[in-house]
Design a binder for this molecule. Structure first.
Ligand code: ATP
Ligand code: MG
Length: 224
């Protein structure tokens, strides 16, 4: 957060003290910084609210298969920029879940964007959506797998990647890095829906995140 703030402050002080007019280019890059910061502040506040149990869910009946295919349509251009093949396979056309759509989309988006971001040019990102039985839950769930053949996550980083602001070594050294909030937000949004996330990864070979959510059938029974 500090870096964009310092940039904004510095540019404005310069404009004021030295009477240097802000060019349209400067202004638009400053506006980008402000927008990035305001998204970040929003995300941090939302995450704190989720963790404190203070977020009220407004769930509705949604078809998770349709949600995932909509997400792919919206991110396709980002994959194409890196010549990454983005594909999806669903075991059926309709799997109903009871969710607050924007929260689940946000979670899946963060994981999918990571898959594209941490996969080299020409790679593959595949999504699978399937209904399955969870022995742990003793009930039916839907599993959404987001699998890439990217750079992978070192084993020693795996236990920490869902922590706020944690970034694996390979991404800390990248110039245009993120903040390490994406997965923390994704996990909290899934957990408030009584779901969970699992991850498997191997350096060089790639990474697979699995998101599990109760199907609407389970919710209905729970509410009876
Ligand atoms: P942000 O999402 O806040 O912009 P970020 O991507 O660094 O920043 P997270 O999304 O929380 O943060 O991910 C945490 C770290 O996990 C990343 O920095 C990266 O090192 C690692 N990571 C996450 N997904 C993948 C992936 N699909 N392949 C390789 N590494 C990954
Ligand atoms: Mg991320």
């Amino acid at each position: 957060m500090k870096t964009p703030l310092m940039v904004i402050q510095g540019e404005m002080e310069l404009a004021q003290e030295k009477d240097v007019p802000l060019t349209p280019e400067k202004l638009s890059s400053l506006l980008d910084d402000v927008l990035r910061l305001s998204r970040l502040v929003h995300d941090v506040l939302d995450l704190s609210k989720l963790e404190a149990g203070g977020a009220e869910l407004r769930p509705s009946a949604e078809n998770i298969v349709e949600m995932v295919s909509g997400l792919i349509e919206k991110t396709q251009f980002l994959a194409e920029e890196k010549h990454i093949g983005l594909s999806m396979h669903a075991s059926e056309d309709v799997i109903e879940v009871s969710v607050e759509k924007s929260r689940i989309l946000h979670a899946l988006y963060n994981i999918l964007i990571n898959a594209i971001h941490y996969t080299n040019e020409g790679g593959q990102v595949q999504l699978h959506v399937e209904r399955m039985y969870s022995h742990d839950r003793q009930d039916e769930v839907v599993r959404i797998v987001i699998e890439d053949n990217g750079i992978g996550i070192p084993q020693e980083d795996l236990p920490h990647i869902f922590n706020r602001f944690y970034r694996a070594d390979h991404s800390r050294s990248r110039p245009n890095g993120g903040t390490g909030l994406g997965l923390a937000i994704a996990q909290q949004n899934i957990v408030v829906h009584k779901g969970w996330i699992e991850v498997r990864s191997e350096a060089v070979k790639g990474t697979a995140f699995s998101v599990f959510l109760p199907t609407a059938k389970e919710r209905l029974r729970e509410n009876l």
